[in-house]
Design a protein around this ligand. Structure first.
Ligand code: ZN
Length: 132
């Protein structure tokens, strides 16, 4: 079965920590050992794992991505959101995380990020938990 969470984003670009939402799904699944795949079915939103302690990291990541892929570049795509598409390709649409003793095996400072690059929108995050 595939679980789904919906996340409402509020800014054009935003990184949202969804670690607790995923942990709750893992806990409800009662699976002790295995892994989960977290997938975002969007072309302008991505999923990443990174530091969740200092919120400045999220701001710096968005700032650096904006330096590499400027909002006002020479783009041809008619929708005008090519930077969001490129940032999504660089960040990626999925992550796989191991589960042990019913918990995600994240590092101490790791959190799961939903990266919004063309908001605000309502985003879906799909989670497949595999027992092994
Ligand atoms: Zn587009």
């Amino acid at each position: 079965m595939i679980e789904k969470i919906s996340v409402r984003t509020h800014g054009r670009e935003e990184i949202i920590d969804i670690t607790e939402n995923i942990e709750k799904i893992i806990s409800n699944s009662k699976i002790s050992s295995g892994y989960c795949i977290i997938f975002v079915p969007h072309t302008t939103a991505a999923i990443a794992i990174n530091e969740n302690a200092d919120p400045a990291v999220k701001r710096d990541v968005l700032k650096i991505l904006d330096t590499i892929i400027p909002q006002n570049g020479d783009y041809e795509h008619f929708e005008g959101n090519s930077p969001a598409h490129v940032k999504t390709i660089l960040t990626g649409n999925s992550q796989m995380i191991l589960i042990e003793n019913g918990k995600l095996k994240l590092g101490t400072w790791q959190g799961i990020y939903l990266c919004e690059y063309d908001g605000p929108r309502s985003r879906s995050v799909l989670i497949k938990i595999v027992s092994s």
